[in-house]
Design a protein around this ligand. Sequence first.
Ligand SMILES: [Cu+2]
Length: 144
Amino acid sequence: MKLTKYLLSVIILFIFSTNAFAANETIEMLNKQDKERMVYSKKVVKINLGDTVFWKATDKGHNVEFIKGGVPEGVDKFKSKFNKDTEYKFTIPGIYAYWCTPHKTMGMIGFVVVGNDKSNIDAIKSIKFMGRSKKIAPDLINSL
Ligand SMILES: [Cu+2]
């Protein structure tokens, strides 16, 4: 009986520690998905405060860059290295808009809503998107 309890606590501890390091959302950086080229596998994710998003460099030549003015107040700038997996832990609530630096005009944009806080939606709406990103941004922003 004592051993069972011990094993149980070991198992619970293991599950807990595994989750602590796992991302809450995984987004792939892709050259192609269906008919789209240069795309994040998920353009919009909604997460809880304190969650982590992991971007997997499935295809090369991509990165993640927070858009200036497109993140909640107090968030530092973030720009990941090309060709590398990256992750970010979201500790400030609000909407985060990001793009892939070389493909920001090709529709390679994404949004993260943290803690269901949309208080910075006006700032998000005033981001100057270009090219294909300008075409797809309004519908994405409306879906947040
Ligand atoms: Cu890209």
